[in-house]
Design a protein around this ligand. Sequence first.
Ligand code: PXP
Length: 237
Amino acid sequence: MVRLGVNVDHVATVRQARLAQEPDPVAAAVLVELAGADGIVCHLREDRRHIQDRDLKLLKQVVKTHLNLEMAATDEMVKIATEVLPDMVTLVPEKRQELTTEGGLDVVSNADRLREVIKELHAYNIVVSLFVDPDIHQIKAASQVEADYVELHTGEYANAEDLNTQMEELQKLREMAAAASKLKLGVSAGHGLNYQNVRPVAEIPQVEELNIGHSIVARAVLVGMERAVREMLELIR
Ligand code: PXP
């Protein structure tokens, strides 16, 4: 059964819009778990635009399922991860001006640095995933730097402007999930997945986990977090 990790960043986005105390992403995480999701994901960005250090520390204490910290491979973030000890770290590229993560990591060009960071996180028993485009060179490089998982970037699939392009992107995801699995990498996927486009990705046999944020939080604003999570679980299972 495909696991669902719910990214609670945008609960914090609403809070930070007023620099207020609520809504609290930690409270949201409790509801997400009560609704049956398999894990909580958050991205501590260098600019702290949504999730704050306090959120991460409390999430570590409160989350009972699985905590996946998305972060850039910087010294500051590695230090935080080795102090907080999430179950998993997903390394992502980060640019200050971007609205959201714009693409996968360039593992090929940053192999030495990533190998070093992965080794350090492994020393603390943290499972490491690399967020990559569905590209065979990146996937082979992820295996070479000894990542445990790749998270396939589904943004091109989700944002495809016509059905043909979307089907081509889906085919790439299928082939790259199979390739990653052959290299003994665990496979997850995410970015831009929503209630309309999630099903074909959930049906890819090697995909173990989907990480979904914006669409679930957006629906939760209107129908409540528990219902939003349950409706997504029904679609992917
Ligand atoms: N996976 C990764 C690596 C991400 O950076 C994000 C966005 O924070 C997501 C999944 C979730 O994307 P979305 O919010 O579009 O569902």
